[in-house]
Design a protein around this ligand. Structure first.
Ligand code: GTQ
Length: 344
């Protein structure tokens, strides 16, 4: 392009800006890219490094002071972004003995993957549930929740929230309860009894809107289910053995925006390469994984967390018999019809 043309166009652009107008052709390629190119990096957070720092926070401030005492898993490609992937927030949360993280509710949906339960609890909408390692616990959008520990050891879990999706829509609300803990109106295990035993109420209703009425998918039920399937079937070449957490009322993912599933890879098994448009996070529960993410090698052991951003090629190998939990924004992407994957 000649300088004269460039200069003419630049002058023209200067006349647009004051009218709050802009030329599409200067930005079209970025707005409508040929394929996803994530701004986020594949990454592994090692629990062994995070835990001492989390415990240090335990002596710096109380859970009540912090409201939620969490070390945010910050994708290294966006420091200060409070994001593990493009749409998801994640963190390691700590409750010390005797503490209560006070009752509140928010538009964002939250999940917890328990690492060190030791008798801690979460209460959701009037029902308390004990927390044990591997439990997948949900707080639905706008559901009251508080967390606590009545025993003598710390409780630690991984939080995953869809808050960046909610904030993108500028649709976030939050509210505190006057009391630190909610009044309990249900018995422990009541929601699983009512909805999670292959039975349901005579008039199916959904106490949590689009979210599953079961809010603790305990590891003592999900792990044996996965292992029994693994014993008697061939693994999927791209997934190994995997079962998704379901909403029993709809058959959809347990949460409307966040997909969650549990995987098992026998020692030595390596998945074939695949990529997908969801931003995925993995929490390793048992064993050890070696991951090839866009050609770079990562290892992740027990309680480590892995970020796999959108459209990154991944292969996952179990260097030891492995069980791991995954969550991603796939459920939201499917609802708006944009989820894609590619398998080699
Ligand atoms: O437990 O409600 O990690 O509201 C961030 C925001 C946890 C929670 C987080 C929250 C919570």
């Amino acid at each position: 392009m000649t300088d004269a043309v460039t200069e003419t166009r630049r002058k023209y652009y200067d006349t647009l800006a004051p009218q709050a107008l802009a030329p599409l052709w200067e930005v079209l390629k970025g707005l409508v890219p040929a394929e996803p190119k994530s701004k986020f990096a594949p990454h592994v957070w090692q629990f062994a490094k995070a835990k001492p720092l989390l415990m240090e926070a335990g002596s710096l401030l109380t859970a009540e002071e912090a409201e939620r005492r969490v070390l945010v898993l910050e994708n290294p490609a966006m420091p200060g972004g409070s994001r593990i992937t493009a749409t998801m927030y994640a963190g390691y949360q700590l409750i010390m003995p005797g503490e209560i993280a006070p009752a509140h509710r928010h538009t964002a949906s939250a999940l917890r993957m328990v690492l060190e339960g030791n008798g801690g609890y979460t209460a959701v909408a009037g029902e308390k549930t004990p927390m044990s390692r591997g439990d997948f616990i949900i707080t639905p959008s706008w559901g009251w929740h508080d967390h606590g520990q009545e025993n003598q050891s710390p409780v630690i879990w991984v939080d995953g929230l869809d808050l960046h999706m909610v904030n993108f829509y500028e649709a976030a609300f939050m509210d505190h309860m006057n009391d630190k803990s909610q009044i309990l109106t249900k018995s422990i295990g009541q929601s699983v009894a009512e909805y999670g035993s292959g039975l349901g109420p005579m008039k199916p209703h959904s106490p949590f809107g689009l979210t599953t009425p079961i809010f603790n998918y305990t590891y003592d039920r999900s792990r044996p289910a996965l292992m029994q399937v693994a014993e008697n079937t061939d693994p999927d070449p791209h997934l190994g053995y995997a079962l998704r957490y379901l909403n029993p009322l709809t058959g959809d993912w347990a949460m409307p925006t966040i997909a969650a599933w549990l995987s098992h890879l026998p020692k030595g098994f390596e998945t074939k390469a695949m990529r997908s448009t969801d931003g995925r996070s993995i929490v390793v529960l048992e064993g050890e994984l070696t991951l090839d993410l866009d050609g770079k090698t990562f290892t992740a052991g027990e309680s480590d967390v892995v970020a796999i951003p959108s459209w990154v090629w991944s292969r996952i190998r179990a260097s030891k018999d492995a069980v791991f939990f995954s969550f991603s924004d796939r459920a939201a992407q499917e609802k708006i019809g944009i989820y894609r994957e590619e398998r080699q």
